[in-house]
Design a protein around this ligand. Structure first.
Ligand code: ZN
Length: 383
């Protein structure tokens, strides 16, 4: 199902052009400009970020993990200027972080519609009724309608494994029989499951201000499992995820957030070796790649260059001023590009991080090809 990537001449030429553009030797006729107002507001913007964004745009990047629920022509213009394609992901939670699910879905759909083909929809389903009699059948029916209307992927969230319980008080895991029919349907429709399962390890550990997720758990104590020792351990949840992968070999699964194996790329590699239907996105976990040993991460990304999808977790929310979002998105793309594509030194939490300077063909897979292969329909296959 997941073919090997065959290197072709056109890709080689593209890669060389990108490499040259990065080196500053060749610049396309058009110059990429950062909005001067935004640039002025961000004095800490690293020098050369306009060039970074230009090289980023040249690769025709695909961000496989965003949450965009607002429509604004200025934003559509940015996405077009960056030659960016995104997967707009809906989340079904009981807290309503993005509002009621039907509202969230309607907003995501208008974002996708306004994007001139630059955004595609990843839907979700309400898992809360998993014990009701026709839960799976009804969900399958709903998903069929969404697929017919253009959805290309389905998201499950961490509430499966960490929050939802059966009537007798057992936590329901992502491989529960209640979801079996749904996974079969996603595979049969040739769509992709985006699985945010479990959380970073720091979720189960004492507070540590150096952790990339310290502020998240400060602000969201209900998700901070260190405070809830009665909830399932991370290993238990990931073991259930692994069973899901084994039981559904025809289902393509993209593990969001490095598949919650963010502290050690060796753990991801083990799963890649075992489950050919599994890939991961980098959403909101790039910092974890920055703080692991550079050569180890670099070798991992080169060895598994067909299995890692670029994703950010960037948001564009209904009540957010558009200029703030534009700034945030550009800064994130610029920073990630510096880390993956250059050998520049970045600052992170007082540490100096040297960019990975990945070979252009590897960058091309992580930023473009893998998204198309793992999430068909996300962007046109031909360049
Ligand atoms: Zn997300």
């Amino acid at each position: 199902m997941v073919e090997n990537t065959h290197f072709n001449f056109r890709k080689l030429v593209t890669s060389l052009l990108i490499a040259a553009a990065v080196a500053g030797a060749v610049l396309p006729a058009w110059r990429f400009t950062v909005d001067p107002i935004l640039a002025a507001k961000a004095p800490d913007r690293p020098p050369g970020s306009a060039d970074d964004l230009q090289a980023f745009a040249a690769i025709e990047p695909i961000d496989t993990h965003v949450h965009a629920f607002k429509t604004d022509p200025a934003f559509v213009e940015l996405v077009a200027r960056l030659r960016l394609h995104v997967l707009d992901i809906c989340v079904a939670d009981s807290q309503g972080i993005y509002g009621e699910l039907s509202t969230e879905l309607a907003r995501a759909k208008s974002f996708v519609q306004s994007s001139h083909g630059h955004a595609r929809l990843c839907v979700t389903f309400r898992p809360f009724g998993f014990q009701q009699k026709d839960f799976a059948q009804n969900t399958v029916k709903q998903l069929r309608q969404e697929f017919a209307a253009g959805a290309i992927a389905v998201k499950i969230w961490k509430n499966i494994g960490m929050e939802l319980k059966t009537a007798d008080g057992k936590y329901v895991m992502p491989d529960d029989a209640a979801f079996r029919l749904i996974y079969k349907e996603i595979a049969a429709a040739n769509k992709t499951l985006v699985a945010h399962v479990a959380e970073p390890s720091s979720c189960w550990q004492p507070p540590n201000p150096d952790s990339p997720d310290y502020s998240y758990y400060n602000e969201n104590p209900e998700w901070y499992m260190y405070l809830h020792p009665d909830h399932p351990r991370k290993e238990v949840i990931l073991a259930a995820r692994d069973r899901l992968l084994a039981e559904n070999p025809k289902l393509r699964v993209v593990g969001a957030h490095l598949g919650s194996m963010e502290v050690d790329v060796d753990e991801i590699a083990k799963r890649f070796d075992r489950y050919p239907n599994f890939a991961v996105d980098t959403a909101a976990r790039m910092e974890y790649l920055m703080i692991q040993p550079r050569e180890k991460v670099r070798n991992f990304l080169i060895k598994y260059q067909d299995r890692v999808l670029y994703g950010t977790d960037l948001e564009f929310l209904i009540d957010e001023p558009t200029p703030d979002a534009l700034k945030d998105w550009q800064e994130t793309y610029s920073r990630d590009w510096q880390f993956l594509a250059t050998d520049h030194t970045l600052e992170y939490h007082g540490r100096k991080i040297q960019g990975l300077n990945l070979p252009p063909p590897v960058l091309h897979r992580i930023y473009h090809d893998n998204a198309i292969r793992w999430i068909p329909g996300i962007a046109p296959a031909s360049k």
